[in-house]
Ligand binder design. Structure first.
Ligand SMILES: [Zn+2]
Length: 73
């Protein structure tokens, strides 16, 4: 039989590799304990963004537009 399936056991112990530093992080962890980056679920974050992300983007764009249009210089 092919015992290559044993390799998948590493992915089934409740951890996943950190996308930033490849350290194994628990699924429950919001941040990587190794590099401190926030671990986001790629499947959900790519399809639907949280409301605060949209709000933050709008605020930043508004601030940038205000800064560009301000006659300070
Ligand atoms: Zn990390």
């Amino acid at each position: 039989m092919d015992y290559d399936e044993e390799d998948y056991d590493q992915d089934d112990d409740g951890t996943e590799p950190c996308p930033y530093c490849q350290a194994y992080v628990y699924y429950d962890a919001e941040r990587c304990p190794s590099c401190g980056q926030y671990i986001l679920d790629a499947d959900t974050s790519a399809s639907r963004q949280p409301a605060w992300v949209v709000v933050t983007a709008v605020v930043l764009l508004a601030a940038m537009a205000y800064w560009l249009l301000s006659p300070l210089w």
